[in-house]
Design a protein around this ligand. Sequence first.
Ligand SMILES: [Mn+2]
Length: 287
Amino acid sequence: MATYCIGDLHACYNEFMRLLELIKFDPAKDEIYLTGDLIGRGPLPVQTMQAVLELKDKAHAVLGNHDVNFLAVAAGIVTPRAKDNLEVLLKSPILPEVLELFYHTPFLLQHPTKQLIVTHAGIYPLWELSTARKMAKELSKIMRDPQRRQVLLTNMYNDSPDIYSPDLSGLRRWRFALNTFTRMRLCYRSGVLDFKNTAISPELVEKDGLYPWYELGNVSKGKKKQYTIVFGHWAALNGLCHRPFFKAIDTGCVWGDRLSAWCFDNDKFYQVKSTGYIQVKSQVSKV
Ligand SMILES: [Mn+2]
């Protein structure tokens, strides 16, 4: 059985189907781990979510910031932005199924037998894996509870707190966990997160002491069982992080680049070129 991790789909249904063909995906033998941001910005959210629903237990996903934003839009907390292209999904008959799926989609996936961890943005560098697992579980509990979910979705658009403390409680604790699992990119050695920068530069590292989170990560280091952490979210990295235990697999399909799969079992990458968002968008408007 092969385990494939697939990067941020962002509603790029056509590329998703071409990638499944390329890897000769066989639902009888293979399984897929999706790094989240299944929808948002891209052209075909209904078809994409329909495909994910049809894959049933052959596809496992984590929640990304765009998926969580969709939940806030569906709950009437924020107005949908045209550029996110979510309205077609909000009006679709599969909406209840999609919402149910997202409410039960975790923030961290650990493979039952292979040394594989998947999250959307990464693992906060000051956390042991056990803490990350605990925080992800806490957060999922909130997402399944309609009242507390509403509180979190209403108050999630905020960068504070920017550093973890075990004493964090309530909304601040949930929001910190949500921000690390779905939005994190750069971090100071002290553990303070930075949400302003999206690209890595030598100046940021040398002058400001700001590192990609995985440079500081201690989840796999020195452990008997070394986990490979697979993540998406950071399209600007575009292939700059393929290390033995960290794999960044969002290769910017929705921005016109590529959709990528990484196979855990043979450590190979498989990629299809994006047909280009603008081009596909014009197809949508014809429907
Ligand atoms: Mn993202």
